[in-house]
Design a protein around this ligand. Structure first.
Ligand SMILES: C[S@@+](CC[C@H](N)C(=O)[O-])C[C@H]1O[C@@H](n2cnc3c(N)ncnc32)[C@H](O)[C@@H]1O
Length: 261
């Protein structure tokens, strides 16, 4: 679940030393001045805009890919927002978006925040939960950066809320009536052997977050809360979580969404 042993925090600018020291204490992740001694390091560098720093994840070693930094304003995220298929795309249909209805969504597996960002751009309010401190830091920083953007700042500010929590603990303390219409799960699944070609993000994810072996339990807890729907994102060929047959599915090329209503 938490593969954060061979990773350290690194302050790339002396003005951030105190901030990074506090984070190291908070998350119990080692602070280093020799980042190359670790398999991974999370670097904090000064930035002119609020909150004053950018957070990036680096893999060390000879064939390491470039750093991972979350930026909703450029690249794939921006592209998917503009050209991703709108309200008819599979993700939107799976979570229950209709012509004039935007469900309130609890995303129990925030990750890089991509799915949540797409849903927010379509009009949904999304609460995101992330339990891995490294991924949480990257995403929190990516969202802070996006809030300042002229095009998407307002969307991120008003519709996306990130919480550092394990989903099981969060679900346990929810009051009824539920403040969410849809509970969404996109757990990590075990890596297949031939994974040499997996993309940079997936490699980072697998090394840092590991597989989410408790996803069955999260699904059962989510269903017990009786929201309008619970949606699980799975690889097309994977068995349903907890071996629980879904009431409906929506599929795209490599992905299947199992829907429990
Ligand atoms: C496959 S990624 C999700 C990707 C995400 N849907 C996106 O679009 O970027 C799974 C993420 O969920 C987190 N996660 C899994 N189970 C969780 C739980 N029970 N509570 C909180 N976070 C969880 C993992 O740490 C990991 O960052």
């Amino acid at each position: 679940m938490h593969n954060i042993n061979n990773i350290a925090l690194y302050s790339a600018d002396s003005e951030l030393d105190e901030l990074v020291r506090k984070k190291s204490e908070q998350y119990q992740i080692e602070l280093t001045t020799q980042p190359e001694d670790f398999a991974y390091y999370l670097a904090y560098s000064s930035d002119n805009a609020e909150p004053g720093f950018r957070c990036s994840l680096h893999k060390t070693g000879k064939h390491a890919p470039g750093a991972l930094l979350i930026d909703f304003t450029q690249g794939k995220a921006a592209h998917r927002r503009q050209f991703g298929g709108g309200r008819k795309q599979t993700l939107a249909r799976a979570v229950g978006i209709k012509a004039s209805y935007n469900p309130r969504i609890l995303d129990t597996s925030a990750g890089l925040g991509r799915d949540a960002f797409v849903l927010a751009c379509l009009g949904c309010e999304v609460t995101l939960l992330e339990r891995n401190p490294v991924i949480y830091e990257l995403l929190q920083n990516g969202l802070a950066h996006a809030r300042l953007d002229n095009d998407i700042g307002e969307i991120v500010n008003s519709r996306l809320r990130l919480i550092f929590s394990d989903a099981k603990q969060y679900l346990q303390q929810l009051d009824t009536p539920l403040a969410f219409d849809t509970i969404y799960l996109d757990p990590m699944y075990p890596v297949r052997e031939k994974s040499a070609q997996v993309k940079k993000e997936m490699q980072f994810f697998h090394d840092i977050a590991g597989s989410d072996v408790d996803a069955d339990q999260t699904l059962e807890m989510a269903i017990a809360l009786k929201p309008k729907r619970v949606v699980v994102k799975r690889p097309s060929s994977a068995k349903p979580l907890a071996n629980r047959a879904a009431n409906a599915n929506v599929s795209s090329k490599n992905t299947r969404y199992d829907i429990y209503t």
